[in-house]
Design a protein around this ligand. Structure first.
Ligand code: NDP
Length: 275
């Protein structure tokens, strides 16, 4: 029996953990799959997908910088992918390319797994790039009281909110009045990647506010280190979101929902060993 083939396309791609994650899922759920990472030339995304379909590929994950191109290439889109303006999961079914975006669901599942209450919560979402956009619809499905989108470039936050046209989603700049209270602050900026902090007032960080950073690494991100220093009791990095989005992709392709806990623990351990 030949194995069903899957890929993750990106540039760069060398550090992607997706093949490991999907092979553990496959092993645990007794699915026979082969999943490889593929470095794609900056102008070669559509060809890479077409070639893979010719080779009888079943599905693919898409990462930086091809998520918008994946959206454009899709014959069918889920609502969450359309609103995210980006596709991270492709399925090749009956001659059609189906595009979905599982990042937001991965985040929501990770928050719920960490016992973060989302219903009626006041959420501050930092950033207005692809990642921020992608999580809004899945977060709204959890019935929060409000989602305030704060971005360095205010006009991008404004535009994003207009697109959702939901009274619960509003925009602001980083100079948020300290009179505001939030239950959850999600850092969806890439500031942590360059060792920087989104400059929000320290007064927003109280012991009860949960702070989440979509970035993860060998050590706690600058935002989470800062939030802890300001007294936040619960800080969570994006490793669980990474594994969560992979689990949703896997279940789209295979019809089986894999367990995420063992994979998160294994990756956490691997990161600590590397540190
Ligand atoms: P984009 O490039 O689309 O957006 C970047 C965002 O970060 C913009 O809002 C930008 O603001 C802001 N930003 C960048 N640098 C700074 C800074 N120094 N201070 C304040 N704001 C800053 O990136 P994505 O939205 O695709 O990704 C954001 C992050 O989320 C990345 O670090 C990525 O690794 C992570 N991510 C993690 C996932 C996971 O599974 N854990 C999944 C997806 C993403 P401006 O508009 O003003 O430029």
């Amino acid at each position: 029996q030949t194995l069903d083939q899957y890929r993750v396309f990106g540039n760069p791609i060398a550090h992607s953990r997706s093949p490991d994650i999907h092979h553990i899922f496959a092993h645990e759920s007794q699915q026979n799959i082969n999943y490889q990472k593929q470095l794609v030339d900056i102008d070669g995304f559509a060809n890479a997908v077409t070639d893979f379909i010719k080779q009888n590929g079943k599905g693919a994950n898409v990462t930086v910088p091809f998520k918008e191109q994946a959206l454009a290439l899709s014959d069918e889109l889920t609502e969450r992918a359309r609103l995210a303006g980006a596709v991270n999961t492709l399925s090749f079914v009956d001659g059609k390319i189906k595009g979905d975006n599982t990042d937001g669901e991965g985040l929501v599942q990770d928050l719920l797994r960490n016992n973060v209450k989302l219903k009626n919560s006041r959420i501050l979402l930092l950033g207005a790039g692809g990642a921020a956009k992608g999580v809004i619809l899945p977060l709204l499905a959890q019935q929060p009281q409000s989602i305030t989108v704060a971005n360095r470039t205010f006009s991008k936050a404004e535009q994003l909110c207009l697109q959702f046209a939901d009274p619960r989603v509003t925009a602001c700049g980083f100079s948020i009045s300290a009179d505001n209270t939030f239950d959850l602050i999600i850092n969806a900026t890439s500031a942590s990647l360059s060792g920087q902090l989104p400059p929000i007032p320290a007064q927003l960080i109280t012991p009860s506010v949960v702070c989440y950073d979509m970035v993860y690494g060998k050590t706690l991100t600058p935002f989470l280190v800062w939030a802890k220093q300001q007294g936040a009791n619960q800080v969570i990095d994006g490793l669980g979101m990474l594994v969560g989005q992979a689990a949703v992709s896997f279940s789209i392709w295979r019809g089986v929902t894999p367990a995420v806990e063992p994979v998160i623990s294994a990756l956490r351990h691997a990161l600590e060993v590397e540190a």
